[in-house]
Write a new protein. Structure first.
Ligand code: ADP
Length: 260
């Protein structure tokens, strides 16, 4: 053997190489697991309303004469399931769209006060229906370089949740502030709150606190992952503080200049 070509690895080197290799394998496996989990969650979530629709329509079809009240009740239930399916698909599309355009952020200088006011106006009917008062407080005019569609999606989801998970005659307080570097947006509510053990999970796709209760309120478990994606894509940060039974505050921080 020519000694120049033959490098005999020391025991230490071999261990280092195999450690690095195992680490890489572990990471790849984790990524693959989370993809598989996502796909199986999506399939499950999409199938649930479909199964209900099938049961409802089959049981109507199997009856010779259906009293009109029963017919109405079933059609009402069917309509609700369709609405739920629609919401899941829309949320999924928002997520997928965001993944795809991760590289292509559509950044423009935007008036953030106007952006928030527009969102609150759109959500006012939801708030009125829930008997929740939404108050907006802006500490200064703020202009920042953002992707309007994505940031709006993030804020809408936070405000929508603050209304949904509130109490009768509750309030939502939205505030906007800025310094020379960052925009600060806070969405605080007087709602049901989130137990501390759950706060680390709520940003996961499809995760919902207390399934049975959330089920009543309605949602897909995708809103907060959409919100976090959108904020992270602005190189921002999102945090949650909550006191069960008292309320929850989400705070978002986004750089004023996208390029840094
Ligand atoms: P959903 O479609 O269920 O609202 P999200 O991803 O937006 O999904 O939120 C995940 C879960 O976090 C919700 O199901 C709810 O349990 C909890 N949550 C989110 N926002 C609030 C809030 N403002 N107050 C209390 N719980 C909240």
């Amino acid at each position: 053997y020519d000694a120049d070509y033959l490098h005999v690895y020391t025991y230490k080197e071999t261990t280092l190489i195999s450690d690095a290799f195992n680490q890489m394998l572990g990471r790849l496996k984790k990524l693959d697991d989370s993809r598989q989990e996502f796909v199986s969650n999506v399939s499950h979530e999409l199938k649930t309303p479909l199964t209900s629709m099938k049961v409802l329509s089959d049981s109507l079809l199997s009856q010779e004469e259906v009293p009109v009240e029963l017919y109405r009740e079933f059609m009402g239930d069917l309509s609700e399931e369709i609405e739920r399916e629609n919401k899941i698909i829309n949320d999924l599309l928002s997520l997928v769209k965001m993944d795809k355009t991760a590289a292509a952020m559509n950044i423009q200088s935007e008036n953030i006060n106007e952006l928030i006011e527009k969102i609150l106006k759109r959500l006012q009917p939801l708030a009125s229906e829930a008997n929740v008062e939404v108050v907006y407080e802006s500490f200064r005019p703020v202009t920042a370089e953002v992707d309007e569609v994505k940031l709006s999606l993030a804020i809408s989801n936070l405000v929508e949740n603050a209304i949904k998970y509130n109490r009768e005659n509750g309030w939502v307080h939205v505030s906007l502030n800025a310094d020379h570097k960052y925009v600060y947006i806070e969405v605080a509510d007087s709602g049901i709150g989130i137990p501390e053990t759950e706060t680390e999970h709520i940003f996961e796709r499809f995760y919902r606190v207390d399934k049975s209760h959330s089920r009543e309120i309605g949602g897909t478990g995708l809103g907060l992952s959409i919100a976090r994606n959108a904020v992270v894509m602005h190189r921002g940060a999102i945090k949650v503080f909550s006191q069960p039974g008292e309320g929850t505050t989400f705070s978002v921080r986004i750089p004023i200049n996208y390029a840094g």
